[in-house]
Design a protein around this ligand. Structure first.
Ligand code: ADP
Length: 797
């Protein structure tokens, strides 16, 4: 077009507008003021199926469904008042009778004198757009369902994987309790540690699902940062050795020995970072360093770092790699295996710790990942290490290692024990120092020699010293990353008094020094004996578990502790036994054929109620680890919860403490609690502490970790249980109110919280007796007591 419409004569413009109307794919319809159709374009013909001849002269209702005719009146009235109507979405009907979604706007038509002579609408068929929106909605629902299915799948898959892992971990722990050779113990410990790593892998995948659904929580238990770092690094020793890498764990001597945090998660972080460093390093070393940044009265700040001499990461890639499923080398034929999940989870965990993961890296030189944690200090366990090292004070020790990080760590450790280290970085230098010490007539008391060194290797150095007649005693410790069996054979041939496998842990180094020098007897650190005689009385335990291997683990462990075990392989069998006999505690698997753990627990509670029997503590055992499982168990009437794979010491602690707690309290509670409450109240009702944690701790045999665990459980569960009590009270479900109060009572009694226990018992009793009227004030006071106890526990923590 060469000229625009404004310049055209009027007739020509009209012609053009008619062409626009005719060509428009929307319906353009004109109406007279009395509502008759006066103009009907081709778009209207196409959309509605009525020809111009059919439509013109028809009423506006021609295409309007009966329930929408009011719209036509509104359009007409607006036009008469000279107003336009904005787009609105509605329904219209085609000639075929089919209705469809339409978007309509309307406006008045004016003549040359600006008088309104009619009105017009532009109507668009939006069924395509709506369909697209529907498709999108369906796709969204499907995606949400798929996501939920993925979470279910992950939970199930992890359950399936965790079940056999329980037997592997349990049987290994049992085997480790036997009187076995040093070598076999070493193998079994590696199996145990590897099984732990595998569990971590399963948990990694689960974690990701939990992060996505915000169902993630950290633990707060006491642990030793040194023990944790050394054991994390030990698991990866074989992988490092296979690549000929030097793996060093340096924990500064002044790192506190007891802090509070989440050791499993910290271990997961270190394992992830270490695993990567080993994977991406072809030669050289990987060093884990733990050093204090500050130590205050109640807490410390520790810096953890993992440094390698590997391929490094370019600046550009440093941001990318923290995203899930991302690797620097994205090619399908890439050289390094992996899922690209490790760093995502690591970073997320460190975020949860309230810290940041920092990365310094240079391609071709190496990487260093660092993070700092502020951790509360826990009360110190007995310091068996410094007792054992007293006799080492003043001894001279020759440290021979070609790797500087190894040398530095050993030297620092010896110095911390009060020994006097001398350092050699090669076999030759070592021999020179030995000669010099002989010249001065003060031979070294001890030598720690790295087996694999360039030039004169450690075995040769050891043989030379061994063969030297001027040296009367030859306490040599060989250190190496090589294959254990081969290593121990060659050490014996070279005349070494002891040997240690790298990466070296403090406890290992200490026992090798003691063995080689013979100066101190090692009365610590003692191996934690799982089967020491229990401090509680012999218990009758009903073990309900369908998987034979898992049954065997729990059965062996508890019977070795001197308890009497009755076994049922499903809920039905458990009920048969429970009807006939009394038990001190029931260990209940959750998923079982015929009758599952929830149903069995409910039935047991019913038997107790109807028979007037004292409730027996029931501990759930489940391989599910999604949040909500614990609550489900407690709701079903169980008193506590263990997740599989079973942590055997925890199993023992829980069976013995829960049952002790349960039996004593259940049997003596009514009079005992009432009496002590009555005695305490008149004197100073406000001053009585909400709980007696000293007694609670004594009952847990001083296990503060377990006490803190239990506090954590209480803090998690009490509000949920209280809310359920409220809800059930409102809907008149007194049996449920009774059950909730019973669980609260059990939980509160763990802390000897007399007032809360008594209040929960009052609610339980009133609900049991069907005294609905009495309940509201009792539940109110239960709220107050629980809030009081929660505040008390929080303060204590
Ligand atoms: P993956 O399972 O692939 O190791 P990660 O999330 O742990 O997944 O790591 C993502 C990527 O980051 C790795 O594939 C690698 O490219 C890079 N990366 C991580 N750690 C190192 C390291 N220490 N040295 C070099 N590259 C690393």
């Amino acid at each position: 077009m060469t000229s625009n419409a404004a310049d055209m004569p009027f007739g020509q413009t009209r012609g053009l507008l008619s062409a626009v109307m005719a060509s428009c794919r929307d319906a353009i319809i004109a109406y007279s003021l009395d509502g008759q159709i006066e103009a009907w374009n081709r778009g209207a013909e196409e959309i509605y199926g009525f020809s111009q001849e059919e439509a013109i002269g028809s009423p506006a209702e021609l295409t309007t469904p009966r329930d929408r005719v009011g719209e036509n009146d509104r359009l007409r009235e607006a036009a008469i008042q000279g107003r336009s109507i904005e787009h609105f979405d509605t329904l219209r009907t085609r000639k075929s009778g089919e209705s469809f979604p339409a978007a309509i706007c309307g406006f008045p038509i004016r003549n040359e004198r600006e008088e309104v002579v009619g009105y017009a609408t532009i109507e668009r068929d939006i069924s395509g757009r709506m369909q697209a929106a529907d498709t999108l909605r369906i796709a969204l629902t499907e995606a949400q369902e798929a996501n939920a299915a993925k979470s279910r799948f992950l939970a199930n898959a992890s359950h399936e994987l965790r079940t056999p892992m329980n037997a592997i971990v349990g049987m290994t722990a049992l085997a480790l309790e036997e009187d076995i050779s040093h070598e076999l113990r070493d193998y079994l410990e590696t199996i145990r540690d590897s099984a732990d790593s595998m569990l971590h892998l399963v948990n990694d995948v689960l974690d990701l699902a939990k992060f996505e659904s915000d169902g993630f929580e950290l633990e707060e238990v006491p642990f030793d940062p040194r023990e944790l770092s050394e054991s994390a690094i030990k698991v990866l020793g074989t992988a490092a050795h296979a690549k000929g890498l030097e793996l060093v764990c340096h924990v500064a001597p002044d790192v506190p020995t007891a802090v509070i945090g989440d050791p499993m998660r910290l271990r997961q972080v270190l394992t992830n970072l270490l695993g990567n460093s080993i994977k991406f390093t072809a030669a050289g070393e990987v060093v884990v360093d733990v050093s204090p940044v500050s130590i205050e009265k109640k807490r410390c700040k520790l810096q953890f770092s993992v440094k390698d001499s590997g391929i490094g990461i370019s600046d550009k890639d440093q941001e990318r790699i923290f995203k899930p499923f991302t690797q620097v080398d994205g090619a399908t034929t890439r050289r390094y295996s992996g899922t690209g999940l490790g760093l995502t989870i690591t970073q997320h965990l460190i975020d949860c710790f309230g810290s940041q993961l920092e990365l310094e890296s240079q391609p071709g030189v190496g990487s260093r990942f660092t993070f700092c944690l502020t951790l509360p200090l826990a009360s110190k366990p007995e310091d068996t290490v410094s007792r054992a090292t007293e006799k080492l004070r003043g001894m001279t020790v020759l440290v021979v290692d070609d790797n500087q990080a190894s040398r530095d760590t050993l030297t620092e450790q010896f110095a911390a024990w009060g020994m006097r280290p001398a350092i050699a970085s090669s076999g030759r230098e070592a021999m020179r120092l030995v000669e010099k010490s002989l010249d001065k007539n003060s031979p070294f008391d001890l030598a720690v020699v790295d087996a694999l060194m360039p030039g004169l290797d450690g075995f040769t150095v050891a043989s030379k010293i061994e063969g030297d007649e001027r040296i009367s005693t030859k306490p040599i410790i060989m250190a190496s990353t090589t294959d254990r069996l081969e290593f121990s054979r060659r050490c014996a041939e070279a005349g070494a008094a002891a040997y240690i496998q790298k990466p070296i842990s403090q406890s290992q180094l200490l026992s090798a020094v003691v063995q080689a020098s013979g100066v101190a007897s090692l009365d610590g650190p003692p191996r934690k004996a799982l089967f020491d005689a229990p401090t509680c009385e012999k218990l009758r335990v009903l073990l309900v578990e369908d998987t034979p291997a898992n049954r065997k683990v729990a059965q062996r462990v508890l019977s070795k502790r001197g308890h009497e075990i009755e076994v049922a392989v499903n809920g039905r069998e458990a009920l048969d036994l429970f009807r006939k006999e009394e038990f001190d505690v029931v260990l209940m698997d959750v998923q079982m054929p015929i009758m599952d753990g929830y149903q069995a627990t409910e039935a047991i509670r019913e038997i107790e109620r109807s028979g007037g029997r004292v409730p027996t503590p029931i501990i759930a055992m489940t391989a599910h680890s999604m949040s909500g499982d614990r609550e489900k168990c407690l709701r079903a009437g169980m008193d506590n919860y263990l997740s599989k794979p079973l942590d055997l010491p925890k199993l023992i602690r829980m069976v013995e403490s829960v049952s002790e707690n349960g039996i004593k309290n259940h049997a003596a509670k009514p009079q005992h609690v009432e009496a002590s409450k009555a005695a305490a109240e008149p004197e100073s009702p406000m001053a009585a502490p909400a709980a007696d944690l000293d007694t609670a701790l004594k009952r847990l045999r001083g296990d503060r970790g377990l006490l803190l665990d239990m506090m954590g459980f209480f803090e998690q569960d009490a509000p949920t249980l209280l809310a359920a009590v409220d809800k059930n009270l409102e809907s008149g479900q007194l049996a449920e109110v009774e059950r909730g109060a019973h669980s609260l009572k059990g939980l509160a009694s763990t802390f000897d919280a007399v007032a809360a226990v008594s209040s929960a018992r009052d609610v339980e009793q009133a609900a049991h007796d069907g005294r609905a009227d009495a309940l509201p004030p009792l539940v109110k006071s239960l709220h107050a007591e629980v809030a009081n106890l929660l505040a008390f526990l929080r303060d204590y923590r």
